[in-house]
Design a protein around this ligand. Sequence first.
Ligand code: NAD
Length: 486
Amino acid sequence: MNLTEDMIRHVVSQVLAEVGRIPAVGTGNSSPKTVSVTGVGARGIFQSVDSAVAAARVAFLELSKRPISDRKRIIDHIRRISISQAEELGRMEMLETQIGRLDHKIDKLRTLGERTPGVEFLRSEVFSGDHGLAVIEHAPFGVIGAITPVTHSLPTITGNAVSMIAGGNTVVVNPHPSGKRVAVEGVRRFNEAIASDIGIDNLICVIAEPTLESAQELFDHRDIALICVTGGPAVARAAMQCGKRAIVAGPGNPPVVVDETADLARAARCIIDGASYDNNLLCIAEKEVFVVDSVFDSLLAELRSAGAVQLKSDQIERLTAKAISDMSDGSRKKQVAAKEFVGKDAAVLAQAAGVSVPADTRLLFGETLHTHPFVTVEQMMPFVPFVRCRNVDEAIELAKHYEHGFRHTAIIHSTNVRNMTRMGRIMDTTLFVKNGPCFASLGLGGEGYLSFSIATPTGEGVTTPLTFTRQRRCSMIDELCILGSA
Ligand code: NAD
Protein backbone atom coordinates (compact mmCIF):
# COMPACT_ATOMS: atom_id res chain seq x y z
CA MET A 1 0.00 0.00 0.00
CA ASN A 2 1.25 3.46 -0.86
CA LEU A 3 0.71 5.83 2.12
CA THR A 4 0.64 9.54 1.33
CA GLU A 5 2.30 12.01 3.70
CA ASP A 6 -1.12 13.25 4.79
CA MET A 7 -2.30 9.75 5.63
CA ILE A 8 0.82 9.16 7.71
CA ARG A 9 0.23 12.45 9.55
CA HIS A 10 -3.35 11.52 10.20
CA VAL A 11 -2.36 8.11 11.63
CA VAL A 12 0.31 9.72 13.82
CA SER A 13 -2.14 12.23 15.19
CA GLN A 14 -4.66 9.48 15.94
CA VAL A 15 -1.97 7.54 17.79
CA LEU A 16 -0.99 10.66 19.73
CA ALA A 17 -4.61 11.13 20.69
CA GLU A 18 -4.89 7.59 21.92
CA VAL A 19 -1.63 7.71 23.80
CA GLY A 20 -3.34 10.74 25.15
CA ARG A 21 -0.71 12.63 27.09
CA ILE A 22 1.72 15.21 25.79
CA PRO A 23 3.51 18.02 27.62
CA ALA A 24 2.01 21.47 27.08
CA VAL A 25 4.64 23.94 25.96
CA GLY A 26 4.75 26.83 28.41
CA THR A 27 6.08 30.35 28.40
CA GLY A 28 5.91 30.87 32.16
CA ASN A 29 8.29 29.75 34.90
CA SER A 30 6.17 26.98 36.33
CA SER A 31 7.11 23.42 35.44
CA PRO A 32 5.41 22.11 32.29
CA LYS A 33 2.01 20.71 33.11
CA THR A 34 0.79 17.50 31.50
CA VAL A 35 -2.53 17.91 29.72
CA SER A 36 -4.69 15.14 28.43
CA VAL A 37 -5.09 15.61 24.69
CA THR A 38 -8.57 14.46 23.89
CA GLY A 39 -8.63 17.03 21.15
CA VAL A 40 -8.18 15.10 17.93
CA GLY A 41 -11.62 14.45 16.53
CA ALA A 42 -13.15 17.20 18.70
CA ARG A 43 -13.42 19.46 15.63
CA GLY A 44 -12.45 22.43 17.78
CA ILE A 45 -15.29 22.20 20.31
CA PHE A 46 -14.17 22.18 23.94
CA GLN A 47 -15.72 22.56 27.37
CA SER A 48 -12.65 23.87 29.15
CA VAL A 49 -10.10 26.55 28.27
CA ASP A 50 -7.22 24.25 29.24
CA SER A 51 -8.23 21.48 26.85
CA ALA A 52 -8.96 23.95 24.03
CA VAL A 53 -5.60 25.67 24.39
CA ALA A 54 -3.77 22.33 24.57
CA ALA A 55 -5.46 21.14 21.38
CA ALA A 56 -4.82 24.46 19.61
CA ARG A 57 -1.17 24.21 20.67
CA VAL A 58 -0.85 20.74 19.10
CA ALA A 59 -2.52 22.08 15.95
CA PHE A 60 -0.13 25.05 15.92
CA LEU A 61 2.94 22.79 16.12
CA GLU A 62 1.58 20.72 13.26
CA LEU A 63 0.72 23.80 11.16
CA SER A 64 4.25 25.13 11.74
CA LYS A 65 5.66 22.15 9.83
CA ARG A 66 3.49 22.81 6.81
CA PRO A 67 4.19 25.03 3.81
CA ILE A 68 2.35 28.29 3.26
CA SER A 69 0.42 26.64 0.43
CA ASP A 70 -1.30 24.49 3.09
CA ARG A 71 -2.37 27.62 4.94
CA LYS A 72 -3.90 28.82 1.70
CA ARG A 73 -5.78 25.55 1.30
CA ILE A 74 -7.06 25.80 4.86
CA ILE A 75 -8.27 29.36 4.29
CA ASP A 76 -9.91 28.33 1.04
CA HIS A 77 -12.00 25.80 2.98
CA ILE A 78 -13.12 28.48 5.46
CA ARG A 79 -13.96 30.85 2.61
CA ARG A 80 -15.80 28.20 0.63
CA ILE A 81 -17.97 27.22 3.61
CA SER A 82 -18.60 30.86 4.49
CA ILE A 83 -19.89 31.49 0.95
CA SER A 84 -21.67 28.25 0.11
CA GLN A 85 -23.32 27.80 3.54
CA ALA A 86 -23.96 31.50 4.18
CA GLU A 87 -27.71 31.12 3.97
CA GLU A 88 -27.95 28.22 6.45
CA LEU A 89 -25.39 29.65 8.89
CA GLY A 90 -26.81 33.18 8.61
CA ARG A 91 -30.27 31.83 9.40
CA MET A 92 -28.83 29.97 12.40
CA GLU A 93 -27.18 33.14 13.69
CA MET A 94 -30.39 35.15 13.25
CA LEU A 95 -32.45 32.50 15.02
CA GLU A 96 -30.07 32.32 17.96
CA THR A 97 -29.20 35.99 18.48
CA GLN A 98 -32.57 37.45 17.45
CA ILE A 99 -30.87 40.70 16.42
CA GLY A 100 -30.14 42.25 13.02
CA ARG A 101 -31.55 41.29 9.63
CA LEU A 102 -31.41 37.89 7.99
CA ASP A 103 -30.41 39.17 4.53
CA HIS A 104 -27.44 40.99 6.05
CA LYS A 105 -26.41 38.06 8.25
CA ILE A 106 -26.15 36.05 5.03
CA ASP A 107 -24.46 38.90 3.17
CA LYS A 108 -21.80 39.28 5.90
CA LEU A 109 -20.76 35.64 5.66
CA ARG A 110 -20.69 35.71 1.86
CA THR A 111 -18.65 38.88 1.58
CA LEU A 112 -16.24 37.67 4.26
CA GLY A 113 -15.61 34.62 2.12
CA GLU A 114 -14.87 36.86 -0.84
CA ARG A 115 -13.09 39.87 0.66
CA THR A 116 -10.89 38.75 3.58
CA PRO A 117 -7.16 39.10 3.06
CA GLY A 118 -5.10 35.89 3.04
CA VAL A 119 -1.50 34.65 2.73
CA GLU A 120 -0.82 37.10 -0.12
CA PHE A 121 -0.49 39.75 2.61
CA LEU A 122 2.65 38.05 3.99
CA ARG A 123 5.08 39.78 1.64
CA SER A 124 8.66 39.82 2.92
CA GLU A 125 10.77 42.96 2.85
CA VAL A 126 14.29 42.65 1.49
CA PHE A 127 17.33 44.90 2.00
CA SER A 128 20.40 44.10 -0.09
CA GLY A 129 23.72 45.92 -0.27
CA ASP A 130 27.49 45.72 0.09
CA HIS A 131 27.20 43.87 3.39
CA GLY A 132 24.80 41.19 2.27
CA LEU A 133 21.14 40.54 2.57
CA ALA A 134 18.45 41.09 5.20
CA VAL A 135 15.02 39.56 4.79
CA ILE A 136 12.17 40.54 7.07
CA GLU A 137 9.70 37.70 7.36
CA HIS A 138 6.44 37.40 9.22
CA ALA A 139 6.39 34.75 11.94
CA PRO A 140 3.36 33.56 13.89
CA PHE A 141 2.68 34.24 17.56
CA GLY A 142 1.33 30.74 18.36
CA VAL A 143 -2.08 30.21 19.93
CA ILE A 144 -4.22 33.38 19.95
CA GLY A 145 -7.08 33.92 22.41
CA ALA A 146 -10.05 35.65 20.75
CA ILE A 147 -13.21 37.17 22.25
CA THR A 148 -16.06 37.79 19.82
CA PRO A 149 -19.27 39.89 19.98
CA VAL A 150 -22.92 38.91 19.67
CA THR A 151 -23.41 41.43 16.86
CA HIS A 152 -21.42 39.28 14.39
CA SER A 153 -20.69 36.01 16.16
CA LEU A 154 -19.69 33.69 13.31
CA PRO A 155 -18.53 36.47 10.92
CA THR A 156 -15.97 37.69 13.48
CA ILE A 157 -14.72 34.14 14.10
CA THR A 158 -14.52 33.54 10.35
CA GLY A 159 -12.55 36.72 9.63
CA ASN A 160 -10.28 36.17 12.64
CA ALA A 161 -9.64 32.54 11.67
CA VAL A 162 -8.68 33.45 8.10
CA SER A 163 -6.27 36.20 9.18
CA MET A 164 -4.80 34.30 12.12
CA ILE A 165 -4.23 31.05 10.23
CA ALA A 166 -2.83 32.93 7.23
CA GLY A 167 -0.31 34.32 9.73
CA GLY A 168 0.53 30.76 10.85
CA ASN A 169 -1.35 30.85 14.18
CA THR A 170 -4.15 28.84 15.69
CA VAL A 171 -6.97 30.33 17.76
CA VAL A 172 -9.18 29.63 20.78
CA VAL A 173 -12.40 31.66 20.76
CA ASN A 174 -14.52 32.59 23.75
CA PRO A 175 -17.69 33.69 21.90
CA HIS A 176 -20.48 35.85 23.27
CA PRO A 177 -22.84 33.52 25.23
CA SER A 178 -25.79 34.68 23.11
CA GLY A 179 -24.06 33.63 19.87
CA LYS A 180 -22.32 30.48 21.10
CA ARG A 181 -24.35 27.87 19.20
CA VAL A 182 -23.68 29.30 15.74
CA ALA A 183 -20.05 29.81 16.78
CA VAL A 184 -19.75 26.13 17.69
CA GLU A 185 -21.49 24.96 14.52
CA GLY A 186 -19.36 27.16 12.24
CA VAL A 187 -16.15 26.06 13.93
CA ARG A 188 -17.20 22.41 13.68
CA ARG A 189 -17.81 22.75 9.93
CA PHE A 190 -14.54 24.57 9.32
CA ASN A 191 -12.47 22.00 11.24
CA GLU A 192 -14.25 19.07 9.65
CA ALA A 193 -13.38 20.25 6.14
CA ILE A 194 -9.83 21.22 7.09
CA ALA A 195 -9.08 18.01 8.99
CA SER A 196 -10.32 15.75 6.21
CA ASP A 197 -8.22 17.56 3.61
CA ILE A 198 -5.10 18.67 5.50
CA GLY A 199 -5.11 16.21 8.41
CA ILE A 200 -4.97 18.80 11.20
CA ASP A 201 -7.85 19.13 13.63
CA ASN A 202 -8.53 22.03 16.05
CA LEU A 203 -6.90 24.89 14.15
CA ILE A 204 -9.89 26.93 15.34
CA CYS A 205 -11.14 26.05 18.82
CA VAL A 206 -14.23 27.34 20.60
CA ILE A 207 -15.37 27.24 24.21
CA ALA A 208 -18.82 25.65 23.98
CA GLU A 209 -20.16 27.23 27.19
CA PRO A 210 -18.43 30.61 27.34
CA THR A 211 -18.58 32.80 30.45
CA LEU A 212 -16.79 35.88 31.73
CA GLU A 213 -14.69 33.48 33.84
CA SER A 214 -13.62 31.45 30.78
CA ALA A 215 -12.73 34.74 29.02
CA GLN A 216 -10.52 35.66 31.98
CA GLU A 217 -8.96 32.16 31.97
CA LEU A 218 -8.12 32.64 28.31
CA PHE A 219 -6.51 36.04 29.04
CA ASP A 220 -4.44 34.48 31.83
CA HIS A 221 -3.47 31.20 30.14
CA ARG A 222 0.30 30.84 29.85
CA ASP A 223 0.09 29.20 26.40
CA ILE A 224 -1.89 32.09 24.93
CA ALA A 225 0.63 34.24 23.13
CA LEU A 226 -1.64 37.08 22.04
CA ILE A 227 -5.16 38.34 22.76
CA CYS A 228 -7.60 39.69 20.16
CA VAL A 229 -10.87 41.06 21.48
CA THR A 230 -13.78 42.47 19.52
CA GLY A 231 -16.45 44.09 21.68
CA GLY A 232 -17.61 46.96 23.81
CA PRO A 233 -15.96 49.11 26.50
CA ALA A 234 -15.83 46.50 29.31
CA VAL A 235 -14.02 43.80 27.36
CA ALA A 236 -11.76 46.36 25.69
CA ARG A 237 -10.71 47.60 29.16
CA ALA A 238 -10.25 44.04 30.47
CA ALA A 239 -8.02 43.09 27.51
CA MET A 240 -5.85 46.16 27.84
CA GLN A 241 -5.29 45.40 31.51
CA CYS A 242 -4.55 41.69 31.06
CA GLY A 243 -0.78 42.04 31.00
CA LYS A 244 -0.35 40.48 27.55
CA ARG A 245 -0.08 41.96 24.09
CA ALA A 246 -3.69 42.64 23.07
CA ILE A 247 -5.23 43.68 19.79
CA VAL A 248 -8.41 45.48 20.74
CA ALA A 249 -11.29 46.08 18.34
CA GLY A 250 -13.31 48.35 20.61
CA PRO A 251 -16.58 50.30 20.54
CA GLY A 252 -17.45 53.28 18.38
CA ASN A 253 -20.17 55.92 18.03
CA PRO A 254 -19.63 57.03 14.41
CA PRO A 255 -20.81 60.58 13.66
CA VAL A 256 -21.77 61.85 10.21
CA VAL A 257 -21.36 65.47 9.10
CA VAL A 258 -23.35 66.85 6.15
CA ASP A 259 -22.31 70.29 4.95
CA GLU A 260 -24.00 72.78 2.59
CA THR A 261 -22.02 71.54 -0.44
CA ALA A 262 -23.11 67.88 -0.18
CA ASP A 263 -25.10 66.00 -2.79
CA LEU A 264 -28.12 65.63 -0.49
CA ALA A 265 -29.94 62.86 -2.36
CA ARG A 266 -26.78 60.79 -2.35
CA ALA A 267 -26.06 61.58 1.33
CA ALA A 268 -29.58 60.46 2.27
CA ARG A 269 -29.21 57.17 0.37
CA CYS A 270 -25.80 56.49 1.91
CA ILE A 271 -27.00 57.21 5.45
CA ILE A 272 -29.99 54.89 4.99
CA ASP A 273 -27.82 52.11 3.51
CA GLY A 274 -25.16 52.32 6.21
CA ALA A 275 -27.33 52.94 9.28
CA SER A 276 -29.92 50.29 8.41
CA TYR A 277 -27.41 47.55 7.52
CA ASP A 278 -28.09 44.64 9.89
CA ASN A 279 -30.31 47.08 11.85
CA ASN A 280 -27.31 49.27 12.77
CA LEU A 281 -25.31 46.53 14.52
CA LEU A 282 -22.06 47.43 12.74
CA CYS A 283 -19.58 49.22 14.99
CA ILE A 284 -18.80 51.45 11.98
CA ALA A 285 -22.46 52.30 11.27
CA GLU A 286 -23.78 55.86 11.14
CA LYS A 287 -25.06 56.54 14.68
CA GLU A 288 -25.80 60.31 14.66
CA VAL A 289 -25.81 63.02 11.99
CA PHE A 290 -24.77 66.68 12.33
CA VAL A 291 -26.18 68.80 9.51
CA VAL A 292 -25.56 72.42 8.54
CA ASP A 293 -28.77 74.41 9.10
CA SER A 294 -29.05 75.74 5.52
CA VAL A 295 -29.53 72.19 4.13
CA PHE A 296 -31.11 70.52 7.17
CA ASP A 297 -34.73 70.52 5.98
CA SER A 298 -33.81 69.53 2.42
CA LEU A 299 -31.75 66.56 3.67
CA LEU A 300 -34.65 65.34 5.82
CA ALA A 301 -36.95 65.61 2.78
CA GLU A 302 -34.47 63.47 0.79
CA LEU A 303 -34.49 60.84 3.55
CA ARG A 304 -38.27 60.72 3.49
CA SER A 305 -38.41 60.38 -0.27
CA ALA A 306 -35.81 57.59 -0.10
CA GLY A 307 -38.14 55.60 2.17
CA ALA A 308 -36.94 56.40 5.71
CA VAL A 309 -39.65 57.34 8.21
CA GLN A 310 -39.38 60.52 10.28
CA LEU A 311 -40.51 60.44 13.92
CA LYS A 312 -41.92 63.53 15.66
CA SER A 313 -40.35 64.70 18.89
CA ASP A 314 -43.00 63.17 21.20
CA GLN A 315 -42.59 59.84 19.34
CA ILE A 316 -38.81 60.03 19.74
CA GLU A 317 -39.23 60.60 23.47
CA ARG A 318 -41.57 57.61 23.78
CA LEU A 319 -39.00 55.43 21.98
CA THR A 320 -36.14 56.80 24.08
CA ALA A 321 -37.91 56.02 27.36
CA LYS A 322 -38.00 52.34 26.36
CA ALA A 323 -34.87 51.91 24.25
CA ILE A 324 -32.27 53.67 26.40
CA SER A 325 -31.82 52.57 30.00
CA ASP A 326 -29.76 53.63 33.01
CA MET A 327 -26.91 51.49 34.26
CA SER A 328 -24.48 51.99 37.09
CA ASP A 329 -20.84 51.56 36.23
CA GLY A 330 -19.15 51.43 39.63
CA SER A 331 -19.99 54.72 41.31
CA ARG A 332 -20.98 56.30 37.96
CA LYS A 333 -24.44 56.16 36.40
CA LYS A 334 -24.55 55.92 32.63
CA GLN A 335 -27.07 55.42 29.87
CA VAL A 336 -26.90 52.37 27.61
CA ALA A 337 -28.92 50.86 24.77
CA ALA A 338 -31.63 48.57 26.17
CA LYS A 339 -30.97 44.96 25.13
CA GLU A 340 -34.59 44.39 24.04
CA PHE A 341 -34.18 47.02 21.31
CA VAL A 342 -30.60 46.54 20.10
CA GLY A 343 -30.61 45.35 16.48
CA LYS A 344 -34.41 45.16 16.26
CA ASP A 345 -36.34 46.09 13.11
CA ALA A 346 -37.37 49.69 12.48
CA ALA A 347 -41.01 48.55 12.68
CA VAL A 348 -40.44 47.29 16.25
CA LEU A 349 -38.87 50.61 17.27
CA ALA A 350 -41.73 52.48 15.58
CA GLN A 351 -44.24 50.48 17.57
CA ALA A 352 -42.43 51.45 20.77
CA ALA A 353 -42.67 55.06 19.61
CA GLY A 354 -46.41 54.63 19.09
CA VAL A 355 -46.31 54.68 15.28
CA SER A 356 -47.23 52.02 12.79
CA VAL A 357 -44.91 51.71 9.78
CA PRO A 358 -44.64 49.12 6.98
CA ALA A 359 -42.74 46.00 8.11
CA ASP A 360 -40.05 46.55 5.49
CA THR A 361 -39.14 50.07 6.70
CA ARG A 362 -35.35 50.21 6.85
CA LEU A 363 -34.69 53.30 8.94
CA LEU A 364 -36.36 55.74 11.31
CA PHE A 365 -34.93 59.18 11.94
CA GLY A 366 -35.80 62.46 13.62
CA GLU A 367 -34.51 65.82 14.79
CA THR A 368 -32.98 65.94 18.28
CA LEU A 369 -30.72 68.16 20.33
CA HIS A 370 -27.07 67.16 20.43
CA THR A 371 -27.43 66.17 24.09
CA HIS A 372 -30.08 63.57 23.30
CA PRO A 373 -29.33 59.99 24.52
CA PHE A 374 -29.59 58.65 20.95
CA VAL A 375 -26.64 60.93 20.12
CA THR A 376 -24.54 60.21 23.18
CA VAL A 377 -25.09 56.42 23.44
CA GLU A 378 -23.80 53.79 20.96
CA GLN A 379 -27.37 52.67 20.36
CA MET A 380 -27.07 50.00 17.60
CA MET A 381 -30.69 50.49 16.44
CA PRO A 382 -32.20 51.64 13.12
CA PHE A 383 -33.20 55.04 14.51
CA VAL A 384 -30.78 57.86 13.73
CA PRO A 385 -30.93 61.32 15.35
CA PHE A 386 -30.26 64.41 13.20
CA VAL A 387 -28.83 67.52 14.88
CA ARG A 388 -29.13 71.01 13.35
CA CYS A 389 -25.81 72.93 13.38
CA ARG A 390 -25.04 76.61 12.66
CA ASN A 391 -22.21 75.77 10.26
CA VAL A 392 -19.72 73.05 9.35
CA ASP A 393 -17.31 74.06 12.11
CA GLU A 394 -19.94 73.46 14.75
CA ALA A 395 -20.94 70.17 13.07
CA ILE A 396 -17.33 68.91 13.14
CA GLU A 397 -16.87 70.06 16.74
CA LEU A 398 -19.97 68.14 17.85
CA ALA A 399 -18.92 65.09 15.80
CA LYS A 400 -15.58 65.13 17.59
CA HIS A 401 -17.22 65.42 21.00
CA TYR A 402 -19.76 62.63 20.53
CA GLU A 403 -17.30 60.19 18.98
CA HIS A 404 -16.08 60.06 22.59
CA GLY A 405 -12.43 59.77 21.65
CA PHE A 406 -12.83 56.14 20.49
CA ARG A 407 -11.02 57.13 17.26
CA HIS A 408 -13.12 54.50 15.48
CA THR A 409 -15.10 55.79 12.46
CA ALA A 410 -16.35 59.12 11.11
CA ILE A 411 -18.16 60.07 7.89
CA ILE A 412 -18.64 63.29 5.93
CA HIS A 413 -20.85 64.17 2.98
CA SER A 414 -19.35 67.21 1.24
CA THR A 415 -17.83 68.36 -2.01
CA ASN A 416 -15.60 70.87 -0.23
CA VAL A 417 -12.12 69.37 0.00
CA ARG A 418 -11.10 71.79 2.74
CA ASN A 419 -13.99 70.63 4.96
CA MET A 420 -13.21 66.99 4.31
CA THR A 421 -9.53 67.42 5.12
CA ARG A 422 -10.24 69.49 8.22
CA MET A 423 -12.70 66.95 9.59
CA GLY A 424 -10.33 64.07 8.83
CA ARG A 425 -7.52 65.77 10.79
CA ILE A 426 -9.71 66.75 13.73
CA MET A 427 -11.48 63.39 14.08
CA ASP A 428 -8.27 61.34 13.74
CA THR A 429 -10.35 58.16 13.49
CA THR A 430 -9.24 54.73 12.25
CA LEU A 431 -11.80 54.86 9.43
CA PHE A 432 -12.87 58.08 7.70
CA VAL A 433 -15.42 57.88 4.88
CA LYS A 434 -16.14 60.65 2.41
CA ASN A 435 -19.40 60.55 0.44
CA GLY A 436 -20.25 56.90 0.99
CA PRO A 437 -22.00 54.57 3.41
CA CYS A 438 -19.93 53.38 6.39
CA PHE A 439 -19.25 49.94 4.90
CA ALA A 440 -17.39 51.44 1.92
CA SER A 441 -14.48 51.71 4.39
CA LEU A 442 -14.35 47.89 4.61
CA GLY A 443 -14.11 47.39 0.86
CA LEU A 444 -17.86 46.99 0.34
CA GLY A 445 -18.61 49.45 -2.41
CA GLY A 446 -15.23 51.07 -1.69
CA GLU A 447 -11.64 49.94 -2.10
CA GLY A 448 -9.74 47.76 0.35
CA TYR A 449 -10.42 44.53 2.21
CA LEU A 450 -12.79 43.27 4.87
CA SER A 451 -12.48 42.30 8.50
CA PHE A 452 -14.99 42.56 11.34
CA SER A 453 -12.25 43.30 13.86
CA ILE A 454 -11.10 46.90 13.50
CA ALA A 455 -8.45 47.50 16.11
CA THR A 456 -9.06 51.01 17.36
CA PRO A 457 -7.50 51.80 20.78
CA THR A 458 -4.45 49.62 20.05
CA GLY A 459 -4.04 51.09 16.56
CA GLU A 460 -3.69 48.12 14.19
CA GLY A 461 -6.73 49.25 12.16
CA VAL A 462 -8.67 46.84 9.94
CA THR A 463 -6.99 43.56 10.94
CA THR A 464 -5.14 41.47 8.34
CA PRO A 465 -2.85 38.42 8.55
CA LEU A 466 0.05 40.82 9.22
CA THR A 467 -1.68 42.01 12.40
CA PHE A 468 -1.19 38.52 13.80
CA THR A 469 2.51 38.12 12.99
CA ARG A 470 5.84 39.01 14.55
CA GLN A 471 8.67 40.45 12.51
CA ARG A 472 11.68 38.17 12.08
CA ARG A 473 14.84 39.37 10.34
CA CYS A 474 17.16 36.85 8.65
CA SER A 475 20.58 38.26 7.75
CA MET A 476 23.16 36.80 5.36
CA ILE A 477 26.53 38.54 5.54
CA ASP A 478 28.75 39.74 2.60
CA GLU A 479 30.81 37.04 0.92
CA LEU A 480 28.24 34.31 1.55
CA CYS A 481 25.85 36.24 -0.65
CA ILE A 482 25.72 36.22 -4.40
CA LEU A 483 25.53 40.00 -4.37
CA GLY A 484 28.22 42.54 -5.32
CA SER A 485 30.78 42.56 -8.13
CA ALA A 486 32.40 39.30 -9.22
P1 NAD B 1 -19.91 43.12 24.52
O1 NAD B 1 -18.82 44.03 24.96
O2 NAD B 1 -21.12 43.00 25.37
O3 NAD B 1 -19.34 41.63 24.35
C1 NAD B 1 -18.24 41.35 23.53
C2 NAD B 1 -17.53 40.11 24.04
O4 NAD B 1 -16.82 40.43 25.23
C3 NAD B 1 -18.47 38.97 24.40
O5 NAD B 1 -17.88 37.74 24.06
C4 NAD B 1 -18.61 39.11 25.91
O6 NAD B 1 -18.95 37.89 26.52
C5 NAD B 1 -17.20 39.56 26.29
N1 NAD B 1 -17.07 40.35 27.52
C6 NAD B 1 -17.84 41.37 27.92
N2 NAD B 1 -17.35 41.90 29.05
C7 NAD B 1 -16.23 41.21 29.37
C8 NAD B 1 -15.27 41.27 30.42
N3 NAD B 1 -15.35 42.16 31.40
N4 NAD B 1 -14.24 40.37 30.40
C9 NAD B 1 -14.13 39.46 29.40
N5 NAD B 1 -15.01 39.35 28.39
C10 NAD B 1 -16.06 40.21 28.38
O7 NAD B 1 -20.30 43.59 23.05
P2 NAD B 1 -21.39 43.03 22.04
O8 NAD B 1 -22.72 43.58 22.41
O9 NAD B 1 -21.24 41.58 21.88
O10 NAD B 1 -20.89 43.76 20.71
C11 NAD B 1 -21.10 45.12 20.47
C12 NAD B 1 -19.91 45.97 20.86
O11 NAD B 1 -18.74 45.52 20.18
C13 NAD B 1 -20.11 47.41 20.42
O12 NAD B 1 -19.56 48.26 21.38
C14 NAD B 1 -19.35 47.49 19.11
O13 NAD B 1 -18.91 48.77 18.76
C15 NAD B 1 -18.18 46.59 19.41
N6 NAD B 1 -17.63 46.03 18.18
C16 NAD B 1 -16.44 46.52 17.74
C17 NAD B 1 -15.90 46.03 16.55
C18 NAD B 1 -14.61 46.55 16.02
O14 NAD B 1 -14.13 45.99 15.03
N7 NAD B 1 -14.00 47.57 16.58
C19 NAD B 1 -16.57 45.04 15.82
C20 NAD B 1 -17.78 44.56 16.31
C21 NAD B 1 -18.31 45.06 17.49
